[in-house]
Design a protein. Structure first.
Length: 589
């Protein structure tokens, strides 16, 4: 690379020097020619010269008058000494010399043609005469009587050696400047090469091009969002997935300290904090939120730093890694992965797992009842079998740990309540449906309903288990379910310690927790592992996720009361519009 730079500098200097050398030689030549011509003109208009040439041309003597020649020689010698010309020759109208540096040449015809000047035309030429190679300027002399008749010529010459010396002087000066410029260019090239190697960490142009191609392929081939930062923490690159995760969500991401629930809600709710982001086009870098900037600043020199950040309605897993090359820090990279859908599916899977556990329990109970009936029939005790079956029909469905579950008719709601009731019972917490519950119509969006309601119940169970008021009895969780057209409303209240006012505004923030997981017993059902909960009562993920899922469908999840007047624990509300199909009564009678 350095050789290429030096070669380029040399070529450019050679071209520039050649051009300036030609221009310098041309300028010196033109100056010399102009000097000779100006001197000849000055001599041709001298009155004494005009008078002598007029007299000589009129006499046409075979040998010029001695007195006339002497006066002309005095003029030409003085002019030559003062102006620095090589010679000045004056002739009559026949081209016979009246003056000449070599006195023996006076009276003879000039060696170069005087025709141009005697014809009344000035001319400048490079000619070789009796005095050698010269630059000559020839100017006609007009008669002092009428001023129109050409009576002779003035020929002024400057030796070519003088011109060559001036040209050489110019070339030497120009060559000196070129050598100095070349030396300076070489030094600058070396310094620039060293700086480029330092800035690129020794990576050459070919390697840089290959890295750029690889970078483009990697950035656009990843499913994750990628943000690149320099050593000063300034964003330098981002791929399209990062722009989608950060930019696309920015239109909905505004600062808010809280919000008021809609109709039927009635309680204030804490909102996500953050700052508005600017949507980025394909040719622009995204505006990085403060959470990711802080993550990059906190990243360790070795290893990775992972945090969940909330951007708009998304929950992103951000991983920050500092990058080093040959022991020198070159910046850092933050990868972004959208975990909203994954967390939602995990919560749904947990609900399904809980339902399956409840179904296995009921299957076991049902099998025991069938074995009892089979035993009575095999022993011939048909009357006892009939009586036993009648008692089963009278008690209705298989026993469920949820009180007043009959008030809920939708199979999805019953399934999630029974599953959570089984989990709660194993933890020693009673789950009950309030007597004033009434939900008609079929659930239209079971995923959102089971996710949000299941999270709220899990949180309440954890709070009841960790609560101090009913430590011996295990506590209680009550669920009120109401429908209004296609809207589904629910209120979940527990007997835990409640939520204090100073933290009520933060419980919906991603990662916020009022207690550690170790503060509650596990009971083998995942209460302290974060598999089914995570909220203000626990690990700081469930409530944030529930609110986002509800708001995505136009609903809301909010804290109604941090300390319920009846049960003493926290009370949460849920509103989901268009969650139910409109209830249609049977018109057939």
């Amino acid at each position: 690379m350095l050789i290429s730079q030096l070669a380029l500098v040399i070529v450019i200097l050679a071209l520039v020097t050649g051009v300036f050398a030609w221009m310098g030689a041309r300028t010196v030549t033109e100056v010399t020619e102009t000097k000779a011509l100006a001197t000849a003109r000055t001599l041709a208009i001298d009155p004494d010269v005009r008078a002598a040439a007029t007299q000589a041309s009129a006499e046409h003597a075979e040998k010029p008058d001695e007195q006339l020649v002497t006066s002309m020689l005095a003029i030409t010698d003085d002019l030559r000494d003062r102006s620095g010309i090589s010679f000045a020759v004056i002739t009559d109208d026949r081209g016979i010399r009246l003056t000449h540096p070599d006195r023996s040449k006076i009276g003879h015809r000039v060696s170069t043609s005087p025709e141009e000047a005697l014809a009344g035309r000035e001319n400048v030429s490079h000619e070789s005469g009796t005095l050698g190679e010269t630059v000559r300027a020839k100017v006609p002399i007009y008669s002092n009587e009428d001023g129109k008749t050409v009576v002779g010529e003035v020929s002024v010459g400057i030796f070519a050696s003088v011109l060559d010396a001036d040209v050489r002087r110019e070339l030497i000066l120009l060559g000196t400047v070129a050598v100095l410029a070349l030396a300076l260019g070489g030094v600058v090239s070396v310094m620039l090469g060293r700086r480029l190697r330092r800035e690129t960490l020794g990576v050459g142009p070919e390697e840089l091009a290959e890295m750029a191609r690889d970078q483009g392929a990697v950035l656009h081939g990843l499913d994750d969002g990628v943000l690149g930062f320099d050593t000063n923490g300034k964003l330098t690159l981002s791929n399209s997935n990062a722009k989608e995760l950060l930019g696309a969500s920015s239109a909905k991401h505004v600062d808010r300290a809280g919000e008021t629930a809609g109709a039927n809600g009635g309680a204030a709710s804490a909102g996500d904090s953050g700052r508005e982001l600017v949507d980025a086009s394909d040719n622009e870098l995204v505006n990085v939120p403060d959470e990711i900037t802080a993550l990059m600043a906190d990243a360790p020199a070795d290893g990775a730093l992972r945090r969940r950040v909330t951007i708009g309605d998304r929950i992103l897993l951000a991983t920050a890694v500092r990058v080093q090359r040959d022991g020198v820090s070159v910046g850092g990279v933050v990868t972004l992965r959208d975990e909203t859908q994954m967390l939602t599916m995990a919560r749904q899977l947990e609900s399904v797992t809980a339902m399956a556990r409840a179904l296995r329990t009921q299957r076991h109970e049902f099998a025991n009842r069938l074995h009892t009936v089979l035993g009575l029939v095999d022993t011939g005790a048909t009357d006892e079998a009939h009586t036993y079956l009648s008692s089963l029909l009278g008690t209705g469905p298989i026993t469920t740990p949820v009180e007043d579950i009959d008030l809920v008719s939708d199979p999805y709601l019953r399934a999630v309540l029974e599953a959570k009731g089984t989990t709660a019972a194993e933890a020693g917490v009673a789950l009950a449906v309030t007597p004033d519950s009434l939900a008609v119509g079929a659930v239209r969006d079971p995923e959102a309903v089971t996710l949000i309601l299941g999270n709220l119940i899990d949180n309440a169970v954890r709070a009841a288990v960790a609560g101090r008021r009913y430590a011996e009895d295990g506590g209680r969780v009550e669920v009120q379910v109401l429908s209004s057209g296609t809207e589904l409303h629910a209120v979940v209240t527990d007997t835990g310690d409640g939520i204090d006012d100073e933290v009520a505004g933060k419980i919906f923030d991603e990662g916020f927790s009022t207690s550690t997981a170790a503060s509650a017993p596990d009971f083998g059902i995942g209460l302290t592992t974060g598999t089914g909960t995570g909220d203000g009562h626990g690990l700081g993920i469930g409530l944030a996720l529930s609110r986002r899922v509800a708001e995505k469908g136009g609903g809301a999840v909010w804290l109604i009361d941090g300390h319920d007047p009846d049960l003493g624990g926290a009370s949460f509300g849920m509103r989901l519009p268009d969650a139910l199909d409109e209830f249609q009564q049977d018109e057939e009678r």
